[in-house]
Design a protein around this ligand. Sequence first.
Ligand SMILES: Nc1c(C(=O)O)ncn1[C@@H]1O[C@H](COP(=O)(O)O)[C@@H](O)[C@H]1O
Length: 163
Amino acid sequence: MKQSLVGVIMGSDSDWEVMKHAVGILKDLNVPYEAEVVSAHRTPDRMFEYAETAVERGLKCIIAGAGGAAHLPGMVAAKTILPVLGVPIPSKQLLGMDSLLSIVQMPRGIPVATFAIGEAGAFNAGLFAAALLAVEDIRLATLLVEFRKTQATAVAAMTLPKL
Ligand SMILES: Nc1c(C(=O)O)ncn1[C@@H]1O[C@H](COP(=O)(O)O)[C@@H](O)[C@H]1O
């Protein structure tokens, strides 16, 4: 098995329906990844160990999805110097605004790159992780260029119903 380069973590398995969009694009681009449930609130020791060993395990960045009081991305960022990409998960009560603000409003000194709420954010976090790696991986850069071309072709072919 290939060494994982991107760690995808989420606060609960209930986040998977959103976070699978990050995993899906990593898979499509052949980026080696690992995915697991890690919670700052519910499994703080596991979260510390995950973040503290991330560099030595060969990860290049971490995508962290969480909902509600979404402390996971920020706490992971506090324990590693790897880039952390935060994905706000839609919450039942506040539709993910709580998740977004929890992740985006980091205090100066510990950055988390914050993406859109939900599926688009998860997908873009996966793309962004690939773009980070593509800086030093020409094969991956080529795949990203191909992705953009395919997307542009699909959009150009879109038609609208006649009224
Ligand atoms: N925000 C966090 C953290 C954390 O930040 O450590 N751990 C779990 N959660 C979030 O709680 C929500 C509800 O989780 P459950 O569905 O398991 O009750 C999930 O969206 C998860 O990301």
